[in-house]
Ligand binder design. Structure first.
Ligand SMILES: C[S@@+](CC[C@H](N)C(=O)[O-])C[C@H]1O[C@@H](n2cnc3c(N)ncnc32)[C@H](O)[C@@H]1O
Length: 169
């Protein structure tokens, strides 16, 4: 069995879903949020591209996914002049992740960003494009030179594959 083809968090928003059982992971990302924000701002300011690409490796589904997207977009638009013209947010997880529930939340996310003045569609500062990139981050998931900032929280230890290091004799 290829674990990467079947492994996933519980989708939807039922009692046993990841969406309803990921408070601990949310707390962990909140604890280091100031570092994440400072780092993405530095990354943008050091190159200032018109189109800034962000990836979230192991994004899962549920409130944590879009909450970090909002934080990262706000970090690039609230305190920085000029902010990037475009922000591309590339969500990555294994193919059986519940990407559909993320897609269903996108209209709300875009509305929220417009209201906060961070999305250029409403005359705000940056136009935000969210896309999904299903596949294992052990392999190639993104096109060349498409990303300027890569984020991952509570995913690297959640291994869909275990690498065994062999001692040479
Ligand atoms: C505990 S969840 C963390 C989700 C989210 N980042 C958060 O902070 O709530 C770990 C996620 O990593 C994903 N994952 C594990 N191995 C992966 C791999 N090789 N490639 C892509 N995603 C992977 C899992 O499918 C799962 O959705």
């Amino acid at each position: 069995m290829n674990v990467e083809e079947v492994f996933h968090m519980n989708g939807g928003d039922g009692a046993n879903s990841y969406a309803k059982n990921s408070h601990f992971q949310k707390k962990a990302s909140e604890m280091v949020k100031h570092i994440t924000i400072q780092t993405i701002q530095q990354a943008y300011l050091s190159i200032r591209p018109n189109s800034f690409g962000i990836a979230d490796l192991g994004c899962s589904s549920g409130p944590n996914t879009l909450s970090i997207v909002t934080d990262l977009v706000e970090a690039l638009t609230r305190e920085i002049t000029p902010p990037p013209a475009e922000i591309r947010v590339c969500l990555n997880d294994l193919p059986t992740n519940d990407f559909n529930s993320i897609f269903r939340s996108l209209p709300d996310l875009y509305r929220q960003l417009r209201k906060a003045g961070t999305d250029g569609v409403a005359g705000g500062s940056s136009t935000v494009f969210v896309s999904a990139h299903p596949g294992s981050f052990y392999g190639r998931v993104f096109p060349t030179s498409s990303l300027q900032f890569v984020y991952s929280s509570y995913s690297l230890h959640w291994l869909s594959r275990v690498r065994v290091m062999q001692k040479s004799s």
